[in-house]
Design a protein around this ligand. Structure first.
Ligand SMILES: O=C(O)CCC(=O)C(=O)O
Ligand SMILES: [Fe+2]
Length: 659
């Protein structure tokens, strides 16, 4: 045991070193395999070299090429090792494949190294007529009458059996890989087909898949994890014809890689965390009130759990691994699971959780929100226990209701994303809806439905400001130009980093790319009528910004005011925002205002309006807001930021300081 622990430590260290040097996981795995087989062979050779006596087991092993005895030890080592380096062994099937491969490699080495075996192999070649010259020289054995020849035949068969057995194992493994890919694809498609009907157009099916975080994850995972194995296998020995056909399939994009796969799992955590979904409901396709029939299998839940372990999201790790175990025990399995490894992972996750809990307790910090509020001694507890972040949410909710606003409102934001309203009775009593008929004669014949979401500061949602046809056209002309939202890198201002606080994609709308720009102009006119502010004349508002959020994408809380004189000197601040939703989001994706305790629902064609500035020219800090992670659907918004200088007469200074 001591020596395996030492070996483990050395390995962990070298893996870390290799990771730091940028080696890929598969390169690391290959190195480990090599090291292990070399060190094991070395220790035997070393013993022989020093004239040390080998144990009977070792002698038998060398003679027969049978490695079973030691394999258990090796397997255990690998299992333990894989728990320590989740990054490299994120995938249960990868780890069992690895063990298989190591075994195979050792068998292979031993066949090659054993002269006796080689001799038999050459006899086999001759026997099968592969070595014609030699065959001619050899007398024809008389098997039925010669025990010696028969003996040779037995040995010969053994050498045939071994590679055949190995080949069958390989073919079975290949079949397993292929079947598991096909099953996952068919599983996903069936679910979509049963929801939409089998005749649904490809576009419609694609929309359904992309709208659902579970099918999105499964799609990315197939490309990142399953298909590379499939391609590698097919490239190895598939019939030329089929391979030829497959290799001519045009690929316009680089397929997803491991990074994408990891991110697709992290996306699940973000959705879960913000929307308050428990793993069990989520993995069974229940996203809030939306019940989809997409489920994750035991092995997939395990994979998700292992990823959480790697990310030190201990609460998620326990929840998902426990779920995987339950699914496995209930037979909801796809045969990829290694129950022993799962149990060890769960134990490890529990240990890590409790260790982090102790650390937190010692430092009197509750900052680690992925912990349960108590130590977990039995995985069953994860189904009833609250997490720190649940408690934080409750606390901040209470404080807000008591009109104490000092508490960090990130948790208010999370509560709002999970569908709570945090407004007090008093605040709510001032809210109402109305039909706007009077602000402009136009509204008299064509009234607008307006909802007051908050009265001070003023926050309204206006319905049907933009029609479905124009919405579709705007989406179609901007979709090509969307780019991941970026933020400036403060260390190097010439560099823009992909933003982690805003994970949507965005672009600016060029009105002239529309078939009929006049239609957009009439929307802007409508906005002018509703807000009483200029938006059309030059300099009165920014170009329209269109942003698109896929599942899990979000925008952290922020103020729209720029607060940088270098950027506002000519136009003035963004005094107000009119944000239009260009799609309806089925679950998640609300625009949440944590200080106000309310959130707007993304409903296609509606717009949300508020002032970012007080009348004294200061940013109104009560208008902090952000976009909650989309849980199901695709969210599109179009922002019109209305500017100060051209509107100074429309939004003049107030008479009182706080206005
Ligand atoms: O997506 C949302 O709900 C909010 C977007 C937003 O606040 C912005 O683009 O400034
Ligand atoms: Fe904003």
């Amino acid at each position: 045991l001591e020596s395996s622990v030492m070996q483990l430590d050395t390995l962990s260290e070298s893996v870390k070193g290799m990771q730091d040097e940028g080696f890929s996981n598969s390169e690391i795995i290959n190195t480990i395999k090599l090291e292990l087989s070399i060190s094991r062979t070395k220790s035997l050779i070393g013993k022989l070299y020093n004239d040390e006596e080998l144990t009977e087991q070792e002698i038998a092993k060398l003679k027969s090429g049978d490695v079973d005895d030691n394999d258990e030890e090796l397997e255990n080592l690998l299992r333990q090792f894989s728990i320590y380096t989740m990054e490299a062994y994120n995938n249960a099937s990868a780890s069992s494949l690895l063990i298989e491969n190591v075994k195979d490699e050792i068998i292979e080495n031993e066949i090659e190294n054993d002269e006796y075996e080689q001799d038999i192999a050459s006899i086999a070649a001759r026997f099968m007529g592969n070595d014609e010259e030699a065959t001619k020289k050899l007398p024809k054995p008389d098997y039925a009458y010669s025990p010696y020849d028969l003996f040779k035949l037995v040995r010969l068969e053994e050498t045939i059996y071994k590679p055949l057995k190995k080949y069958v194992k390989k073919v079975e493994m290949k079949l397993k890989v292929l079947k598991s890919y096909l099953q996952d694809y068919e599983g996903s498609s069936e679910l979509v087909a049963s929801a939409l009907g089998s005749k649904a157009a490809l576009e419609q099916r694609a929309q359904a898949i992309v709208s659902n975080p579970l099918t999105s994850y499964r799609l990315i995972r197939r490309f990142a994890i399953k298909l590379p194995d499939v391609w590698a296998m097919l490239a190895e020995d598939l019939e030329e014809e089929l391979w030829g056909k497959l290799s001519t399939i045009p690929t316009q994009h680089q397929p997803p890689n491991e990074k994408d796969w990891k991110e697709s799992i992290e996306a699940l955590f973000r959705i879960q965390y913000y929307n308050g979904y428990n793993a069990k409901e989520f993995a069974n396709g229940n996203l809030g009130e939306l019940e989809s029939n997409v489920k994750l299998t035991a092995a997939q839940c395990m994979e998700v759990g292992l990823r959480a372990v790697a990310l030190k999201q201990h609460g998620h790790a326990l929840e998902w691994l426990y779920l995987a175990q339950n699914k496995h025990l209930n037979g909801e399995d796809d045969s990829e699971i290694d129950a022993k490894f799962l149990q060890q992972s769960l134990d490890y996750a529990m240990k890590e959780h409790n260790r982090a809990w102790d650390d937190n307790f010692k430092s009197r910090s509750l900052a680690h929100t992925y912990l349960y509020s108590h130590k977990i001694n039995n995985p069953e507890e994860v189904e009833v226990m609250k997490t720190n972040s649940d408690l934080f949410k409750e606390l901040s909710k209470q404080l807000r209701k008591q009109e104490q606003y000092g508490y960090h409102h990130q948790y208010n934001f999370m509560s709002l994303c999970a569908g709570e309203s945090l407004q007090t009775e008093k605040e709510r009593s001032r809210l109402y809806c109305w039909q706007e008929k009077t602000k402009h004669p136009y509204f008299y014949i064509n009234p607008l439905n307006v909802e007051l979401l908050n009265d001070d500061p003023y926050l309204i949602q206006v319905y049907n400001v933009i029609g479905n046809n124009l919405v579709e056209e705007v989406r179609n002309v901007t979709i090509r130009n969307l780019a991941r939202s970026q933020v400036i890198n403060y260390d190097d201002p010439d560099v823009n980093d992909v933003s982690k606080t805003r994970t949507s994609s965005q672009t600016w709308l060029d009105a002239y790319s529309l078939r009929n720009p006049e239609k957009l102009r009439s929307v802007m006119q409508l906005i002018e009528k509703i807000t009483g502010l200029y938006t059309i004349k030059p300099g009165s508002s920014e170009e329209l910004q269109v942003a698109c959020y896929g599942t899990s994408h979000h925008y952290d809380e922020h103020l729209d005011a720029i607060q940088d004189p270098r950027r506002t000197i000519t136009t003035g601040e963004r005094i107000a925002t009119f944000m239009v939703y260009l799609s309806t989001v089925e679950q998640g994706g609300k625009t949440a205002f944590p200080v106000l305790g309310t959130a707007a629902d993304p409903i296609q064609g509606s717009g949300v309006f508020w002032y970012n500035m007080r009348k004294n020219g200061e940013p109104d800090k009560r208008t902090w807001h952000g976009g909650c992670p989309v849980a199901h659907g695709i969210k599109w918004v179009m922002n019109s930021w209305i500017l100060e200088h051209e509107n100074f007469l429309k939004y003049p200074c107030g008479l009182h300081a706080g206005e």
